[in-house]
Design a protein around this ligand. Sequence first.
Ligand SMILES: C[S@@+](CC[C@H](N)C(=O)[O-])C[C@H]1O[C@@H](n2cnc3c(N)ncnc32)[C@H](O)[C@@H]1O
Length: 245
Amino acid sequence: MNGAGPGALGPLADAPPLPADAPRLLADATDALARTAVRYRACQRFTRHYVASKLRRDPIHHAVLAMAADHPFGGVADIGCGRGQVGIALLEAGGAVAVTGLDWAGRSLDDARRAGAGLAFTAQAQDLATRPAVPDCDTALLIDVLYLLRQDQAVRLLGLAAAAARRRLVVRTLDVDLGLRSKFHLAMEHLGRPFWPHAGAVVDPAPLPVLAAVMEAAGFTVTREPCWQGTPFANVLMTARKTAA
Ligand SMILES: C[S@@+](CC[C@H](N)C(=O)[O-])C[C@H]1O[C@@H](n2cnc3c(N)ncnc32)[C@H](O)[C@@H]1O
């Protein structure tokens, strides 16, 4: 854990050097994201535009596809999958063999199922706060969902994900320790709550060291890096890999 002891995260890591085949990987990922956007064309107008814009602007998609190009994700549980575009992009890119999306938002799951038709994508309705259950998987994704649960619920869900994932956990969450960036992001989340009532019942981000300690206790080694490029938000990506026994 950055050599700093359990749960004690050091400073954010610098970006690693680009691999030699970075231009090809970027082109492949961009093509997969374009194909993903096309899959949402049969969905309602709002979803179509929302997903297309999210795929274009949110750095999480390229970050996840780059990780999977390096080490494919295998069977994936996408916890709090929303409209499912992250998992569907992974399937389009060949970075996952199957994806199960979990969320409580029935209409988002309907959109995800429609977009994922013909791919190894399934979706299950589930309240992750009160009745969480994570299927066995190689990789568990928790993208922008933990901070929308109470901290105790987030810790319980992450513990279940860590027990279910054989190889890797990928978590993006709001880092509360980034000064003005965190304050701005928190304010935007609170302001947005009335407009996005189903996105989450609360805004209650657990500090990153608390989340890291949960994953470490389950035998994972955790690293983290910024994942807010081009936005004013305080999103940080935590990657946890199973430590060799
Ligand atoms: C900000 S969205 C992120 C969606 C998706 N991971 C993505 O990256 O596009 C948060 C998601 O968490 C889901 N969510 C929040 N609280 C939940 C709960 N208690 N049970 C199930 N899903 C929940 C919302 O429905 C929403 O789809």
